[in-house]
Design a protein around this ligand. Structure first.
Ligand code: NAP
Length: 568
């Protein structure tokens, strides 16, 4: 018997087919011959289509690395025939390059030079401040383009699922990164919480754990930040908390974050991993940078956790990056021991900050601070043991627990999660979504939907980036990923099954609809004005840029000087 979801999907398809754009069933191997019917209600053939010529109209939703590489590849393949509308929910482009890369990684951000060139291309239109699900639905888009590429990334995060996770001071690393990088939503969410946590308002609680002596130095109200997860995002967060603020001042870190970090009482950052040093996800280069921060002492809370079982040895043997990362930790620990043996250095210990690893620990519960109602003050950790074969080592809880007190900030950095398209009208905004994997189901970037035993290709809809493959990989990973998706579009075009835009929309894409709806669209010129203003503000403060962190401010800057051009 068909499930309710399958019946709803079937009804949806029936309605869609009555309008003339029937999904086509396809084999899991998209290269297999096409079966079933594919029709459109458009006039004219592919290549001499509704847009009045041989032009191909594409829409890319999201201007982060996945979206910009997809636009770039479409331009490369179709040359002068391509026109690409890039939709972006914020008035500013480049997604995680702007709001996800740490401010002290300027070299990584330089990829924006390439993306700037793509955006400046006359074949590309930037439609900023346009959110899918708020201003337009997918069904507004697909009839207007030959292909729509969803590349809006992963805007949610995994939770730990333990009591007390809703206390103030317990936040996602994604939000924390967005906070210091000026993502308007994250800045608004953490505006009060993080400065209060960093200022140490909850640091008067006493540690009762033998395993956890109070880290305060010479009567100062120092306090602890805990980060759950051992990936590169966790490393970025730890580095931002431990780096000398004077160094950060030269970067494009936002002023509000620099203020809070400059007066931070956090002297100890604890990185907690549910598995061991042989299974950590961070890259050796990123880890070495963290371990080498001046004035930071590296510790492992329970040195027994550094012991390796034969399965762990095999894990390390199988992965050079993991081997290098572990070697870097061992080296840093040796350095700490040598420094502690040095009397002169010991006398300066209280001035130092501490980076502490707690391997084989999982959060059990967060507890409120005794001094600050509603704010976190402590976290109880469950001690784990590793079980299973090499390559599949898993953490299993033991009887033992320990408590970290004096905690003012706890960040969960256990992975991002993509969200389905949402909107007022779920029928109109419907896009298949796999909540378990947190991706839009696809084959080589072609959006697919399974109903009963049949897998359907959704016409006109493609996907790229984290929304396609899950939240893994560096910025550069998005280039081959986008090439794959654009390859599927090109192949579908060659087979004559690319969707054709409805002739009624005159090849103009979605811009006229946005005008009709009164959406304030920030175009390329608007973005250039925001960019110029941010650079100007930065120059005054001796940094590359001072970002706007509020959408209204961004819209004002986009409109300044030439208000009539700020809207499309
Ligand atoms: P990640 O690399 O997947 O690391 C996630 C970490 O969270 C792992 O240590 C994982 O441990 C842990 N974890 C997952 N679920 C957990 C749970 N329920 N309880 C406890 N721990 C849990 O993710 P990420 O750090 O968010 O990074 C995302 C991607 O962006 C990665 O590919 C990363 O390399 C990339 N990135 C790169 C840079 C850079 O190159 N500078 C910077 C930032 C991000 P297990 O291994 O036990 O699952």
């Amino acid at each position: 018997m068909a499930t309710l979801a399958a019946r709803v999907a079937g009804t949806r398809r029936l309605l869609a087919s009555s309008l003339g754009f029937l999904s086509r069933p396809c084999s899991r191997d998209a290269r297999a011959p096409i079966r079933g019917i594919y029709t459109t209600f458009t006039k004219g053939g592919a290549g001499a289509g509704a847009d009045g010529g041989d032009r191909k109209l594409f829409c890319v939703v999201g201007s982060g690395p996945a979206g910009m590489y997809a636009a770039d590849r479409l331009l490369s393949h179709y040359g002068d025939r391509a026109r690409v509308d890039v939709l972006e929910r914020l008035p500013t482009p480049f997604g995680l390059v702007r709001s996800g890369v740490a401010p002290d990684h300027a070299a990584t951000k330089s990829v924006t030079n390439r993306f700037d060139a793509v955006l400046a291309d006359p074949r590309v239109a930037f439609l900023g401040n346009v959110a899918l699900g708020r201003d337009v639905s997918v069904d507004d888009l697909t009839p207007r383009y030959h292909a729509v590429v969803l590349a809006y990334g992963a805007e949610g995060d995994k939770t730990l699922g333990v009591p007390g996770e809703d206390l103030r001071g317990v936040h996602s690393a994604r939000e924390f990164v967005g906070w210091f990088n000026g993502d308007p939503g994250c800045v608004a969410a953490l505006r009060d919480a993080v400065p209060r946590a960093l200022s140490g308002a909850t640091s008067d609680s006493d540690s009762e754990s033998e395993a956890d002596p109070p880290p305060r130095g010479s009567g100062s109200r120092s306090t602890t930040a805990v980060i759950f997860g051992l990936g590169n995002v966790a490393v970025d967060c730890a580095r931002m908390l431990l780096r000398d603020p004077a160094e950060l001042a030269k970067t494009d870190v936002c002023a509000h974050a620099l203020d809070a970090l400059s007066t931070s009482r956090v002297r100890r950052v604890v990185m907690v991993g549910r598995r061991g040093s042989a299974q950590a996800a961070f890259s050796p280069k990123e880890l070495r940078e963290l371990l080498g921060l001046p004035g930071v002492e590296v510790k492992v809370a329970d040195p027994a956790c550094m012991r390796l079982e034969p399965e762990d040895e095999a894990d390390l043997e199988a992965s050079r990056p993991r081997r290098r990362a572990r070697e870097a930790i061992v080296k840093a620990l040796t350095k700490t021991e040598a420094a502690e043996a040095d009397e002169g250095d010991k006398s300066r210990v209280s001035e130092k900050k501490t980076l502490e690893f707690r391997f084989l620990r999982s959060p059990e519960r967060f507890e409120a601070s005794g001094d600050e109602p509603g704010a976190v003050g402590a976290v109880t950790l469950r001690v784990n043991a590793l079980r299973g074969a090499s390559g599949a080592r898993r953490a299993e809880a033991t009887e033992a627990t320990e408590t970290l007190s004096d905690v003012a900030l706890a960040l969960r950095s256990v992975g991002y999660v993509a969200r389905p398209v949402t909107g007022e009208d779920s029928f109109k905004s419907y896009v298949p979504f796999d909540p378990k994997r947190g991706v839009v189901p696809n084959h080589l970037g072609r959006v697919q939907e399974q109903v009963a035993e049949t897998v359907w290709q959704v016409p006109g809809l493609y996907v790229a980036g984290w929304l396609k493959r899950g939240p893994t990989g560096i910025i550069g990973t998005n280039l081959p990923d986008a090439e794959e998706t654009v390859g599927s579009i090109v192949e579908d075009d060659e087979r004559g099954i690319l969707r054709r835009p409805d002739y009624r929309f005159k090849g103009k894409g979605v811009a006229p609809l946005l005008r009709t709806r009164g959406v304030v669209v920030v175009d390329k010129e608007g973005w250039r004005r925001i960019d110029a203003k941010e650079r100007e503000r930065g120059a005054e403060a001796g940094k590359p840029r001072e970002k706007f962190v509020d959408v209204a401010e961004m819209l004002d800057a986009a409109a300044a000087g030439e208000p009539e051009k700020a809207t499309a």
